[in-house]
Write a new protein. Structure first.
Ligand SMILES: [Fe+2]
Length: 277
C-alpha cells in the first residue's frame, strides 16, 4: 500500500475506479430536467477523499482565494465532512441565485454546456476522483463542480457572469467565435484572479478546486484582465496555467468579461481577432 492509499483507503487498481465512475455517470445519462437528481450511495472511501481534499482546500482558501469567492462558498456551505448529495446542493443554489444543477456523465460539449448556462442550468458530474490520486483529477469531478463552480454560483454576481457567457455562446454561429468565448471563459470563470492588497487571489473554479494549483498560481505570468490580450495566449486545460489574468475587482471583471459576453457577436469577435494580428 502506498502513502496515498494509506491516506484514503482506496485501491490504486484503476479498473475498479473506472467501473465505479462509469456506474455513477450512467445514472446521469437517463436524467431529464425536472427529475430529482439521482442519490448516490457514496462509500466511506469516497467520502474520505472529499474530506481529505475539501479540508486542505479550505485551509488554502483563507489566504489564496478571493474574499468574494470565500463569501460565496460560505453561502453554499458544501461542508468538508463528506460528499453532499447533488440534489441538496442544487436546492440550495436555487434558493440563493435561481441557478439549478443537472447531473452530467462527464465533460459536456462546450456549446451544450454553455447553452444550459444561459437557461440557468449547470451540468455537474457526481463521481469523485480516484482516491489513489486525491489531489489530481484528469476530468471534472464532484469536488471541482461543487467546491469550484457551485460556490461561485451561490453568488448572484458570479452567477450572472455564467449566464452571460452562456448567452454569448448561444448568440454566435462561427466556430471561431465560440472558441474565443470559450477562451475568455477559461481565463475568467475557470482560472480567474482578483486583485487584493496582498496580491492576486483566485476565484476561478479550476484553481480554487485544485490544491496544487492554489500553491502554484502566484508563479504564473499574471496580467491585468484584458480581453484583447487573450488573443495571443494559448492554454492547455491539462496542466497548470503559465498565464493568468487578474481583474482589479469584481466590478472590473463584470465591466470587462461581463460586457464582452453581453455584447459580442460573430462580427465583433472577428474584428477583435483581426485587430490583434
Ligand atoms: Fe470547470
Amino acid at each position: 500500500m502506498d502513502s496515498q492509499e494509506q491516506l484514503t483507503g482506496v485501491s490504486v487498481d484503476n479498473s475498479v475506479y473506472q467501473r465505479r465512475r462509469d456506474e455513477i455517470a450512467a445514472l446521469a445519462a437517463n436524467y431529464v430536467r425536472g427529475d430529482v437528481i439521482p442519490e448516490i450511495e457514496y462509500t466511506d472511501a469516497e467520502h474520505a477523499v472529499w474530506r481529505l481534499v475539501a479540508e486542505r482546500l479550505q485551509e488554502r482558501h483563507h489566504s489564496l482565494a478571493a474574499p468574494e469567492f470565500l463569501d460565496a462558498a460560505e453561502q453554499l456551505d458544501a461542508g468538508v465532512e463528506g460528499i453532499p448529495q447533488l440534489q441538496q446542493v442544487a436546492d440550495r443554489l436555487d434558493r440563493l441565485t435561481g441557478f439549478r444543477l443537472q447531473p452530467a456523465a462527464g465533460v459536456v460539449p462546450f456549446h451544450r454546456f454553455c447553452g444550459s448556462l444561459a437557461d440557468g442550468y449547470f451540468h455537474s458530474t457526481q463521481y469523485i476522483r480516484d482516491g489513489a490520486t486525491p489531489f489530481y483529477s484528469t476530468e471534472p469531478d464532484v469536488l471541482h463542480e461543487v467546491i469550484g463552480h457551485g460556490s461561485a454560483l451561490a453568488d448572484r454576481r458570479f452567477a450572472q457572469l455564467y449566464r452571460l457567457a452562456g448567452e454569448a455562446v448561444r448568440r454566435v454561429e462561427t466556430e471561431t467565435a465560440q472558441q474565443f468565448i470559450s477562451k475568455v471563459f477559461w481565463f475568467t470563470i475557470e482560472c480567474g484572479l482578483l486583485d487584493a492588497p496582498e496580491g492576486p487571489r483566485a476565484y476561478g473554479a479550476s484553481i480554487v478546486s485544485s490544491y496544487g494549483e492554489l500553491d502554484q498560481f502566484r508563479s504564473a505570468d499574471i496580467r491585468p484582465l484584458a480581453i484583447a490580450d487573450m488573443v495571443h495566449v494559448s492554454y492547455d486545460i491539462t496542466r497548470y496555467q503559465d498565464t493568468l489574468y487578474s481583474a482589479r475587482s469584481l466590478a472590473h471583471l463584470e465591466d470587462v468579461a461581463g460586457e464582452f459576453w453581453a455584447s459580442c457577436d460573430d462580427v465583433s469577435i472577428e474584428r477583435l481577432l483581426a485587430a490583434a494580428k
